[in-house]
Design a protein around this ligand. Structure first.
Ligand SMILES: [Mn+2]
Length: 312
């Protein structure tokens, strides 16, 4: 993977680690996927599509790359699922502590175990907004708790986990599912207020983990396990914009792009989605304004504790 280039081909002055507000960590990992292989190729396809994207966003009237976006070396640790998760955790936490807005691009969904753990250790009362076709709540799968099918099990125990767009799961996952905090695709389609309900259920600090298979396969065929009945483009953007506007989104990851030579549009969708999310994050903020990611230096997390609903 060529990482000598800048994200989206932006000028060097906007790509330096020292001055960039945003850090982008590619994690080309595909160690545990079960069906459609190829999520390890996701970051490369995403970066190539990003280079061919126009960098002025019409909706927000911004060129958000001017906030500075630093592309890191990819995380290539793959000696075991656990080693990969530990490496993602470490690098994510390092950049949070350097006051960056940290974003990651996968790779399969197991990378999020590491990123979520890092954010949960750095931000109080964290909501993990899990946007996905699949519940991913298994405690372990095929001999490891770091399987992509377990992506948010830990988050279900340690954070305010909200699951949105779910339309495929195993019965065993009900054990760990909080139905009050689960927004099933078949309910959302008949509920014009689902966005408000999700946003209302968020605490102030929100980490978004976005599995591209939450999108309808008609607009996102290039993913490992496509499921019918997913979100479409504009409702997804409306939803994300509302979350970014009303909450303190502390970081996000996008996972499960599984590129297919015959379908370039999925790569472009992923590129545009990433850029739109940054646009929403920095809407109304001048590029020369200082950035404070609100990392809580005094916050000592205990990730063994169940998230307390009633603490404010
Ligand atoms: Mn999924």
């Amino acid at each position: 993977m060529n990482t000598s280039k800048n994200y989206a081909g932006i000028p060097d002055e906007f790509a330096q680690l020292e001055t960039a507000k945003v850090v982008l960590i590619p994690v080309p990992y595909d160690g545990t996927s079960t069906w459609g292989k190829g999520a390890d190729k996701g970051p490369k396809a995403f970066l190539e599509a990003s280079e061919n994207m126009e960098l002025y966003d019409i909706e927000t009237a911004t060129e958000v790359y001017e906030q500075g976006i630093h592309l890191t070396a990819p995380v290539t640790e793959n000696s075991s699922p656990e080693a990969m998760v530990n490496e993602v955790h470490k690098i994510t936490k390092d950049f949070i502590k350097r006051n960056k807005f940290v974003t990651l691009f996968g790779g399969e969904h197991s990378i999020s175990i590491g990123s979520i753990r890092a954010f949960n250790e750095c931000f109080d009362n964290l909501t993990v907004l899990h946007i996905d076709a699949h519940a991913d709540l298994r405690e372990s799968y095929e001999g490891t708790k770091y399987n992509h099918a377990c992506a948010v099990h830990e988050a279900s125990q340690t954070t305010n986990l909200l699951q949105v767009g779910i339309r495929s799961m195993d019965a065993i996952e009900k054990t760990f599912m909080d139905e009050e905090k689960t927004f099933f695709a078949h309910d959302m389609v008949n509920d014009e207020y689902w966005i408000d309900k999700v946003v209302e259920a968020c605490t102030d600090n929100v980490f978004i983990t976005f599995d591209l298979d939450v999108l309808d396969p008609s607009i996102m065929p290039s993913t490992g396990t496509p499921e019918p009945g997913g979100l479409l483009w504009y409702e997804t953007l409306e939803f994300l914009k509302q979350v970014f506007t009303e909450k303190n989104v502390v970081g996000f990851d996008i996972v499960e792009l599984c590129p297919n030579e015959a379908d370039k549009s999925s790569d472009f969708l992923a590129a545009k989605l990433y850029y739109k999310m940054l646009g929403y994050k920095f809407m109304g903020q001048d590029a020369d304004e200082d950035y404070d990611n609100s990392y809580d230096v005094d916050y000592k997390s205990n990730t063994n504790l169940k998230f307390e609903d009633d603490e404010d």
